[in-house]
Design a protein around this ligand. Sequence first.
Ligand SMILES: *Cc1c(COP(=O)(O)O)cnc(C)c1O
Length: 420
Amino acid sequence: MDHFDYRYGQMFCEDVPLETIASEIGTPVYVYSTATLVRHARAIISALAMLDDPLVAFAVKANPNPAVLATLAGEGLGADIVSIGEYRRARAAGIAPSKILFSGVGKGATEMAEALSGDVLQFNLESIEEARTLSQVASSVGGTARIAFRLNPDVDAGTHAKITTGNADNKFGIPANQAMEAFRAARELPGLEVTGVTVHIGSQLTSLAPLESAFVRLGELIAGLRSDGFNLKIADLGGGLGVPYGPGQPEPPSPDAYGQMVARVTKGWNMRLAFEPGRLISGNAGVLLARVVRVKPGESRPWVIVDAAMNDLMRPALYDAYHHIEAVRPSGDRTVANVVGPVCESGDTFAMAREMDRLKEGDLLVFRTAGAYGAAMSNGYNSRELTPEILVNGDNWALVRRRIDLAEASAMPLPGWLSA
Ligand SMILES: *Cc1c(COP(=O)(O)O)cnc(C)c1O
């Protein structure tokens, strides 16, 4: 459930009409709902309440907006980070290092050094090579880094190939048959303390079965490591739980069903469990609000050209992702149309042959479920500005990222040979 709904014939976010935001800020613009963020954070916390002291660490890459992070920090969430930029954002939002997990396949030595000096809870490592680098970093400052290795459980997550991460052919994690060797090697390295294990098999998972298989394999690894003398404390089960994207799209399992499965599979592990939900928390807490530039006749259906494009919301171009499209003021007149942006790429297509409200030039529309991997992935292709972001809270709202002109933000004087 979210807090975008119709009142008096037009769409509101909580108590704010989207028309107000469009007229004051312009379009395209991302709009996030505080009540929805809070609701989702509480839903996952309550679904895991039967566990002993679980850590719920928001995957910052899904939505790194400072106001979103501060809202989630206020609900007690930690952070799963994949770069030092995300580390800084998490800290600035008030998230304690003791709630920060540092994931990612290519952490650099300077990133490791900064996160280590902040004393993050655990580095989730993806190779013994990475452990050697972290060992050198830690030794050089006389510190100790708590580490886990990420298991690649070789399960098919049943999601889009580009958001599958737990197959043997993916770059992520360490295969089960090499994991013991990696843990033993890390045990010998100075500056490292082996504290955990982790797994994350992909995103937008709409079935619990692959997650359960991955956790069972993680349990086998834990048993093996314990009998080899490892004192393990944290099992980080990653993120990946899917969200509903709209009619006709696969229905994901509920957070409660996920929590019950986790409790059943991890029974007897005697470890603190950590979770890294991203999409689950912010996906349906945001929409991308756009305006129709014009409607162009097409061969079989009209092209509805909107002022948002693939640079603002990459998911359809990148993953063939479905985003539900709704008019801000639906007329009740339904039609079938193609919805595209103005960018010079055929991939700049949000929907083909979509049954939707009939829209005309100047009308406002929303792309639903745009609060995760939306603004976070935006870029300035075609010299377009980065989309502003708004956070709504009841009848209050604020600009939480301004519209950014990258030409201005990245301006340098011309090199000497061009400016003579
Ligand atoms: C992306 C990612 C997540 C979050 O995935 P969601 O599908 O958004 O929940 C969690 N952990 C790791 C390691 C990731 O790379």
